[in-house]
Ligand binder design. Structure first.
Ligand SMILES: [Zn+2]
Length: 380
């Protein structure tokens, strides 16, 4: 077990090379405007430190595998949580690869995301995720009939007029039997788009078999199977829920910063401890700064905090996820309860599984076109 912990420390240390190299406080730069941030980012983009980031995360997973095998029940529990958090980290690293700012070249970005994240974790091909996330979600966030992420939330039950029970179940959708079924189908679904075929399911199966062969069955079950099927999808779902004011965005016409300020939110604006904990676990790599990312998607995660300080907005800055008047999940429930509950045609999924950003298989185009014609409550 001590070897496992040592490997985890080595993995964490490896990842710090990228953090140091891109650090906004290193050197004589002042990354306090979009222009200065982009200049600095262009100078520092490289093909070495991103590899160390991914290698570090996989080393940590190997270390947690040893902890699961030799750490008893507590070791298994800790390794399961750590596995889910590591998958969230990998998902976010590949998110920035999809935006083309993880490494220097676009081919290497795609290769790293595919080889180190999408294939082993059973995500859709990088090109499919890029189309869904960069071309369809970003410009259309919270727009009914155009945003595939909003369609996912609706399919899970977060619709106008939803009861409190329905909302609560939808907010833990990946942990429900229906959510688990969606996750498994998403990983095993036959290819409806090129490259998204059955063979992709071999990635997570091979990873699980390798964990069992190299470490033991505890590693396979608690570091790969349980996190990949249940815990990670729930963390990814939670991160999706706090990305936007999904059900009551302010429709703003203007520059991207103003538009995104009206449909984004900023969690924990005054609680540095919770913000730090969140950044280290379920909202890693700039996910807490989704407003700044939405306004300027080509900025690497390292510069989002500094960039956010230079931007105006967003207006909605909740202090909590669940408790208190400003809490995000309570606001979603209130928005849905007060929205018009006019009957809608049956939900047609824009994506077939419940995890965000590529852990999904998009529905075929004809289904999405049908979905876009589906009458539903307008954003409020
Ligand atoms: Zn993005």
């Amino acid at each position: 077990m001590s070897t496992g912990l040592a490997v985890i420390v080595v993995g964490i240390a490896l990842r710090q090379a990228d953090r140091w190299w891109f650090s906004p406080v290193r050197g004589r730069h002042r990354p306090d405007s979009l222009r200065s941030v982009m200049t600095l980012q262009r100078e520092r983009l490289n093909d070495v430190t991103p590899v160390l980031v991914l290698l570090g995360h996989w080393l940590e997973l190997a270390g947690w595998s040893a902890v699961a095998v030799h750490g008893g029940a507590w070791g298994c529990a800790g390794a399961a949580l750590a596995g889910a958090v590591k998958f969230r980290h990998l998902q976010e690293v590949s998110h920035f690869a999809v935006h083309g700012v993880l490494a220097r070249g676009s081919r290497l970005n795609a290769l790293l995301a595919e080889a180190a994240v999408h294939l082993p974790l059973g995500f859709v091909p990088v090109a499919v995720r890029r189309r869904r996330h960069v071309r369809e979600h970003h410009p259309n966030a919270t727009v009914t009939g155009a945003d595939p992420n909003l369609a996912e939330l609706r399919c899970a039950g977060l619709r106008a007029g939803a009861t409190t029970t329905r909302c609560v179940l939808a907010m833990v959708h990946p942990l429900t039997p229906a959510g688990l079924s969606d996750t498994v189908r998403g990983m095993c679904a036959p290819g409806r788009e090129s490259g998204a075929g059955r063979l992709r399911a071999a990635g997570p199966v091979a990873m699980t078999a390798a964990a069992a062969g190299c470490f033991g069955w505890e590693a396979a079950v608690f570091v790969f199977v349980l996190p990949r099927l249940l815990l990670y999808p729930q963390l990814a779902w939670m991160s999706l829920l706090v990305e936007h004011r999904w059900f009551d965005p302010e429709p703003v016409i203007g520059p991207p910063v103003a538009v995104e300020a009206g449909r984004c939110l900023r969690l924990y604006p005054h609680n540095a401890t919770l913000a730090l904990l969140t950044r280290g676990t379920w909202l890693p790599y700039g996910d807490l700064y989704h407003f700044a990312h939405s306004a300027h998607p080509a900025v690497r995660w390292n510069y989002l905090p500094a960039l956010e300080r230079s931007l105006r907005g967003p207006a909605y800055r909740p202090r909590a996820l669940l408790l208190g008047a400003s809490a995000v999940l309570r606001r979603h429930r209130r928005a849905l309860a007060s929205a018009s509950s006019t009957p809608t045609t049956p939900c047609v999924p824009a994506a077939r599984t419940n995890a965000r950003d590529g852990a999904t298989e998009p529905a075929p185009r004809w289904e999405r076109q049908l979905s876009s014609r589906t009458p539903s409550s307008p954003p409020r």
